[in-house]
Design a protein around this ligand. Structure first.
Ligand code: ATP
Ligand code: MG
Length: 353
């Protein structure tokens, strides 16, 4: 196992800068998830760590070694991709043993490594099967088995679950997390699924357009997003954003563009006179006849909760109620806002105030 560090790492493809100075510190044994929209540079960062892509500027360290110039096979890293191509003509056991065989390991060593890995992944009874005789989730586990038998210093995963159906994804999510708890190998995991990020990570790195927007524990990002991008990206459904300004006489009154007044959590004089965005989580509203009006557009009951798309203070919002709400499109409900789950952002800079 080892720590990993990116120090002001940059990458350009031709003249096009793609990674624009990334600093990330990953502790030994940590499970870190890189999230961000498509094209923001997640895979590029992972591939640079694996040595599959060179670095334009900066430094990558694994343990106490700078690995910028080190070839991939010396980095002691195992990578699992989205398209985990297994060798179709090899059994599960041979697929898992492949890298050890390449290194010239003895059959005894191979057995010693493959058997416990298969045990951990629940593949023992499938060792003699061929990939075509396995389900998608089982194949995914074989791909992980191949990485585990190498006993690397660092695991890299690039969207390993995106080819699986929703139910299998949830199951595999739990398995990968459990695997990490057993092996405690430093792991860097890429996804654009923020639920995966929230549920699996010790630490999340939110990327956007080649830069890091924020690094923190999942709930830290959820509760204290530094800016509008992180606030909108973390959490599902997304945080609702309402434009307006605070009352110049009283900063505790946010006045939306349609005149609706909303309560401000930590009013400050610095909020006065600026264009602002009021952020409120979908689950931070409850029905209250004394609250602000909510014009219902769409009602989606899921059984355990009711999701309502609506207009509030002139903005399109989503509310999640943890009970059943008898409302129809066109109705007007009233909601009180849990002020503790609200944020004020500067509209121009995007920063949370
Ligand atoms: N070999 C390459 N040559 C030129 N541009 C590239 C190359 N590889 C990636 N890019 C560009 O770099 C940017 C980042 O790509 P990257 O694959 O890292 O994104 P990503 O965050 O992994 O996205 P996704 O979620 O879609 O996988 C993209 O704009 C992509 O087009
Ligand atoms: Mg990618």
């Amino acid at each position: 196992m080892a720590s990993v560090e990116f120090v002001n790492v940059k990458k350009s493809f031709g003249a096009q800068p793609i990674i624009k100075g990334v600093d990330v510190q990953i502790d030994d044994g940590e499970f870190v998830i890189l999230v961000g929209p498509s094209g923001c540079g997640k895979s590029t960062l992972l591939r640079m760590l694996a040595g599959l892509e060179n670095i334009t500027a900066g430094e990558i360290r694994i343990g106490d070694k700078v690995v910028n110039q080190m070839p991939p096979k010396e980095r002691d890293i195992a990578m699992v991709f989205q398209n985990y191509a297994l060798y179709p003509h090899m059994t599960v056991a041979d697929n898992m043993a492949f890298s050890l065989k390449l290194k010239g390991a003895s059959q005894a060593t191979i057995d010693e490594r493959v058997r416990p890995a298969a045990e951990i992944l629940g593949l023992t009874h499938l060792l003699q099967r061929f990939p075509r005789q396995l389900s998608g989730g089982q194949r995914q586990r074989v791909a992980m088995g191949r990485a585990i038998v190498r006993d690397p210093q660092v695991f890299l995963f690039d969207e390993p679950l995106s080819n699986l159906d929703a139910k299998l994804r949830v199951a595999m999510r739990a398995e990968i997390k459990e695997l990490h708890q057993r092996l405690k190998t430093t792991t860097v995991y890429v996804t654009h699924d923020q639920i995966e990020a929230m549920t699996m990570a010790d630490k999340i790195v939110v990327m956007h357009d080649g830069i890091v927007e924020q690094i923190g524990a999942p709930l830290e990002l959820y509760d204290q997003p530094v800016n509008l991008f992180v606030a909108g990206f973390i959490g599902s459904p997304s945080m609702n954003m309402i434009k307006g300004r605070v009352d110049t006489a009283d900063a505790s009154r946010f006045i939306a563009q349609d005149g609706t007044v909303l309560p401000v959590r930590n009013p400050a004089d610095s909020m006065k006179g600026r264009d602002l965005v009021y952020g409120v989580r979908p689950e931070a509203m409850r029905l209250d006849p004394a609250g602000v009006p909510l014009q219902v557009l769409v009602v989606e009951p899921t059984g355990s909760e009711t999701q309502i798309m609506a207009k509030l203070a002139g903005a399109d919002v989503t509310c999640v109620f943890h009970d059943r709400v008898a409302a129809r499109p066109g109705d007007t409900l009233h909601v009180a806002i849990d002020t503790n789950s609200t944020h004020i952002f500067d509209a121009a800079s995007g920063l949370r105030l």
